[in-house]
Ligand binder design. Structure first.
Ligand code: GLC
Length: 425
């Protein structure tokens, strides 16, 4: 693994991803320029008219903090090449749109003010830069082959790599401490681009020189550079390990609805409950969750996103103790049906998350003689436990186990997914 400091990262567990750029105007996915193979001329209208008049980053930051998120990662530049900050090295930036200012700075200030750590996503791809050759993802890939060859002959990827270093230098020197840099992404196969094109080694060295200890993701195509493994749009079903079987630090990045950028017409929004379950699933498998929002082109988070952030806020208000500082539980404690464990090694507490609420009893294997006290985390009310068959139970407590006695009806607050806090001896 890399050389970043991930100690805070594995404690905090929950962050906000923000995808915001010109693509929020068409509102049909952040890859729209590539998917619809839009020419420079036709994409220009979004730049000319980008005017987020309802942009209040303090509102994003408050929603993130209330949701229990402890850090954020924002697209400073996505594949389209548009920069949210006032970069000296390009005109293709927010300051030259009707927005007329450095939007990145305002986001960073607002999130810092709410106590969140700062992360920058920086796209290795750039479909606007004149030195970036046309490849299989490029919006201009449909041009006649002779035209592509001619254009590519005029490109200088070395100059582009230098452009990236210049921009990354701006980002890592102009905004105070940056805790994470998230490079995206490499595709060296089939005439794509990878470490030789990005000059990943130089980039990596630069990043650590400017911000020692910064956490770097694993998409530079540079083995050994990544501090974190980054499963995207799928959820690992167990803890992740490296080739030697050693656990790795990982962070799943996920969307509310499928697209990363604002997508007006998407119908695949995950339910608020599913979003909560995803957070628990990530942490119970030893990972972080970086949950994405795609603000509208006017600059606000729409109701659909706010509803889900609100569900996190309501749940985390009561249950964050089962998330922060927690990770995989020991294999001696297999989770019962429909349940997930997380474990905090510092406090020696185990957290039982019940995705379905069992009727009156749940058996916990391995906890016999090891459990000191149990309570419903949401209201801190005692959960009694016993060993043996109890009153009228068919199958008694498993060997080495305990049986919890559950209320039939749960209190209302904080129990969208109920959590039982188990104080181990
Ligand atoms: C993919 C996509 C991109 C998104 C990223 C987030 O690599 O290219 O649109 O920003 O995943 O992980």
């Amino acid at each position: 693994m890399g050389k970043g400091d991930t100690s805070w990262f594995v404690h905090d567990r929950f962050g906000m991803f923000i995808h915001w750029g010109l693509y929020s105007m068409p509102g049909r996915h952040e890859w729209i320029r590539s998917r619809e193979m839009i020419s420079d001329e036709n994409y220009q209208v979004y730049f000319d008219l980008f005017n987020p008049d309802l942009f209040r980053p303090a509102e994003w930051a408050r929603a993130a903090r209330e949701a229990g998120m402890k850090y954020f990662v924002i697209t400073t530049k996505h594949h389209e090449g548009f920069c949210l900050w006032d970069s000296k090295y390009t005109d293709y930036k927010a300051t030259n749109t009707p927005a007329g200012r450095d939007l990145l700075r305002e986001v960073v200030d607002a999130f810092r003010a709410e106590g969140l750590r700062v992360g920058f996503y920086y796209s290795l791809l750039d479909w606007h830069h004149p030195d970036f050759t046309i490849d299989r993802f490029h919006p201009l890939r449909g041009l006649p082959p002779e035209e592509i060859a001619k254009r590519n002959a005029g490109c200088d990827m070395k100059r582009y790599a230098e452009y990236m270093r210049n921009q990354v230098t701006e980002l890592l020197t102009g905004y105070g401490k940056v805790d994470i840099i998230w490079f995206d992404f490499s595709y060296p196969d089939n005439g794509g681009k990878g470490r030789d094109d990005w000059e990943s080694e130089n980039l990596f060295e630069l990043v650590h020189r400017l911000q020692p200890g910064i956490v770097v993701d694993n998409r530079l195509d540079l083995p050994g550079s990544g501090d974190i493994v980054t499963p995207e749009q799928y959820m690992p079903d167990r803890g992740l390990v490296d080739e030697n079987g050693k656990p790795v630090v990982w962070e799943g990045c996920q969307t509310f609805s499928g697209s990363w950028g604002y997508h007006r017409d998407e119908a695949s929004w995950k339910s608020p409950r599913m979003c909560i379950e995803m957070l628990i699933n990530h942490v119970s498998r030893g990972g972080n969750l970086l949950m994405n929002v795609g603000p509208t082109s006017r600059g606000y988070l729409d109701r659909r996103a706010m509803d889900r952030l609100g569900a996190y806020a309501e749940w985390m208000k009561y249950n964050s103790r089962s998330i922060y500082g927690c990770g995989l539980a020991s294999e001696e404690f297999p989770a019962p049906t429909d349940c997930r464990y997380t474990y905090n090694p510092e406090t020696n507490r185990l957290y039982l998350h019940c995705f379905a609420w069992p009727f009156r009893h749940v058996n916990l294997e391995g906890l016999g003689g090891k459990l000191r006290y149990a309570q419903l985390l949401a209201d801190g009310s005692e959960i009694r436990f016993h060993v043996g068959a109890g009153d009228h139970m068919n199958s008694g407590t498993p060997e080495n186990g305990v049986t919890l006695e559950l209320p039939v009806v749960l209190p209302e607050q904080g129990t969208a997914v109920p959590v039982i806090e188990l104080f181990l001896k």
